[in-house]
Design a protein around this ligand. Structure first.
Ligand SMILES: [Zn+2]
Length: 178
């Protein structure tokens, strides 16, 4: 097995070839290459650390297995102040091209399709995984939050319960008048 340490993670890679060669990568993706992740953070986003192993499993299927970690600034939805959130993604893909039968693929693998050059965009894969690792409702841990209120409230969603009650409330006030 060949391990390349502290390298820049390549943007494109031929995953089947890398799998046959048993390549391991241990390196960084500069955050400036990850536009969507940058846009999701409110300010700082660290470079991404990634460890990725390419190999062939006992069934002869090529795989891409790895972890990616980063630290981003997110806006706490309780106190609306920025905080640092560690993101960690673990992934396990099997590369396929359009001619292959996806149904034969074991469930442990996510599918990633190779392009005409038999390559995949490794930076996009890592970015996709980290985007999924962003909490749905970002917030401080209870102790760190500047808000005394520990219930997360979402401003823009109308309170359905209130809207439902209103017609009856209106009706009740009409009755009172009669
Ligand atoms: Zn907070």
């Amino acid at each position: 097995m060949r391990t390349m340490r502290d390298t820049k993670i390549p943007v494109l890679i031929d995953p089947k070839k890398a799998a046959r060669q048993g390549i391991s990568l241990d390196g960084v993706v500069p955050s400036k290459h990850l536009k969507r992740l940058l846009e999701s953070s409110c300010g700082a986003c660290s470079d991404v650390k990634a460890e990725i192993t390419f190999g062939v499993d006992v069934q002869g299927l090529p795989y891409i297995k790895g972890t990616a970690t980063a630290e981003v600034s997110l806006l706490c939805q309780r106190c609306m102040k920025p905080y640092h959130q560690g993101l960690k993604a673990e992934f396990c893909y099997s590369p396929v091209d359009e001619t292959e039968n996806l149904e034969a693929l074991p469930e442990i693998y996510d599918v990633i399709e190779t392009d005409e050059q038999e390559s995949i965009h490794l930076h996009h894969l890592i970015e996709d995984e980290l985007m999924l690792a962003i909490p749905l409702i970002p917030s401080h841990s209870n102790d760190d939050c500047f808000s005394g209120n520990h219930d997360v409230t979402i401003g823009d969603i109308p309170n359905v319960e209130e809207t439902r009650k209103n017609p009856f409330a209106a009706l009740a006030s009409l009755k009172k008048r009669n």
